[in-house]
Design a protein around this ligand. Structure first.
Ligand code: HPA
Length: 273
């Protein structure tokens, strides 16, 4: 059997001895949102370090815990900390948690991230539902032998993000008074922020936001038939959009400023899914 599949299955089989995540809503939390994991009630917590074949996270602010429990009355399985391609993990490793969640029986997946805005109507602090995406990462977790146990060789991407759940999310955001946007997310490899020329290119080909995550997870999730929504927090305007230089500090400060609103949105969405 395929090694990648076996690694995911081994991780899932181990987790099944610790938790029952059947029909939970999966949550993969990006920069600044990790603390939502601490609000989960009756938590069953497993450190990534204890899960077979799981790598360690290297990014500060990404805790490295898998948490099953209840959020706003909904059963959730939360990854507090994700794996990024720029950390040096290969794509199959980056996508592994999504596949493990599928094997554990989650019914849907919510992905969040921090992103740079290249739509000039956006502002730092804007929240954007990802409607569609551009894989500019130069790699793909679906390369190589197809994992037949999980999905087809040539998966569809016209409806990679779930329309019904995205509409539900947008309705929910409006009811909460959030100025919500939707758009195209373009994934870069990182770890440097893009150049102004790359951002002009991104805008030209239709991107509204750019970032260094989420694309591998969407690809793997769509392949294995998970219903997904993805939300970007626009933490900064992308390179060259304002004349200012970009800094991780600005990204963190904006994420911090918006996080209560962002967490409120996720809590409301999971209670309605
Ligand atoms: N580019 C890429 N990734 C990001 C950015 C950005 O401007 N902001 C937050 N994550």
């Amino acid at each position: 059997m395929n090694q990648t599949y076996l690694k995911c299955k081994e991780a899932a089989d181990y987790l099944k001895t610790k938790m029952d995540a059947e029909n939970a809503i999966g949550l993969i939390l990006g920069s600044g949102l990790g603390e939502l994991g601490n609000e989960i009630q009756d938590p069953v917590v497993v450190d990534y370090a204890d899960i077979p074949n799981f790598p360690k996270t290297t990014v500060p602010g990404h805790a490295g815990k898998l948490i099953l429990g209840t959020l706003s009355g909904a059963k959730v399985l939360c990854m507090q900390g994700r794996f990024h391609f720029y950390e040096g993990h290969d794509m199959k490793t980056v996508a592994m948690p999504v596949r493990v969640m599928k094997l554990l029986g989650v019914k849907a997946l919510i992905l969040t991230n921090a992103a740079g805005g290249c739509n000039e109507t956006f502002k730092p602090g804007t929240l954007m539902f990802i409607d569609d995406f551009i894989n500019f990462m130069g790699d793909n977790p679906l390369y190589g032998e197809n994992l037949e146990e999980l999905g087809p060789r040539f998966p569809d991407m016209t409806k990679a993000l779930d329309k019904e759940y995205t509409e539900l999310g947008i309705e929910t955001a409006k009811e909460l008074g959030i100025d919500i946007r939707r758009g195209v997310y373009m994934g870069f490899r990182g770890p440097n922020y893009e150049t102004p020329a790359e951002i002009r290119f991104a805008r030209t080909i239709g991107a509204d936001a750019v970032g260094m995550s989420t694309v591998p997870e969407i690809l793997a999730g769509r392949h294995c038939g998970l219903r997904m929504i993805a939300i970007s927090c626009i933490t900064n305007m992308a390179a060259g959009m304002t004349g200012e230089e970009l800094s991780h500090k600005e990204v963190q400060e904006t994420a911090d400023r918006v996080k209560d609103q962002f967490k409120g949105l996720i809590r409301a969405i999971v209670s309605r899914m």
